[in-house]
Unconditional design. Structure first.
Length: 170
């Protein structure tokens, strides 16, 4: 009985306090998404211009959600979610968007944001289904993709002397 109560409570509290959740739908890799916890589920907005992409998240599907600690960044809990797309301007959509609007940082259109979301974006509800899942033992870090970019090289040994001479002349 205790585990049945602690699982949902842990999912709710951890997800409420975390600024990001890692969500993996049918896409090959999990994606970090900002969200808001409202009415027993995580809500995300995206797939529109200037908003976060939501690859692999389809209404009626499921997703694996991993919640991280806000202060340390480590995994706290993982849970399975039922994905539901909210119909624009429905009562449930309006309530979720009111919460999301308050958490959206750096919005380009301010008060017109809900109208843009209704026209161009999707609002998804990620409802916990069943219990939380076990966290993996190892790191889930992926190897970086190959790139031509390089890191900075060490500065030349004589450069600090040249810079100090210029300061002394002034």
């Amino acid at each position: 009985m205790t585990d049945a109560l602690l699982g949902p409570a842990l999912v709710e509290e951890a997800t409420k306090k975390s600024g990001l959740i890692w969500v993996k739908g049918s896409a090959p890799a999990p994606r970090a998404l900002w969200h808001v916890w409202h009415d027993g589920a995580a809500h995300v907005v995206g797939d529109g211009p200037g908003e976060q992409p939501l690859p692999g998240l389809v209404s009626g599907g499921t997703a694996e959600v991993t919640v991280r600690s806000k202060d340390k960044g480590g995994r706290i809990v993982a849970w399975t979610a039922a994905v539901t797309e909210l119909a624009p301007r429905s009562e449930e959509w309006d309530a979720a968007v009111a919460e999301l609007k308050g958490k959206r940082l750096n919005a380009p259109d301010g008060e017109a944001m809900p109208e843009r979301w209704a026209r161009e974006c999707r609002v998804l509800r990620l409802t916990p289904s069943g219990s939380s899942t076990d966290l993996p033992d190892g790191s889930l870090a992926a190897a970086p993709l190959p790139t031509a970019a390089t890191t900075r090289r060490a500065i030349p040994a004589g450069l600090p002397k040249l810079l100090l001479k210029r300061r002394k002349r002034r």
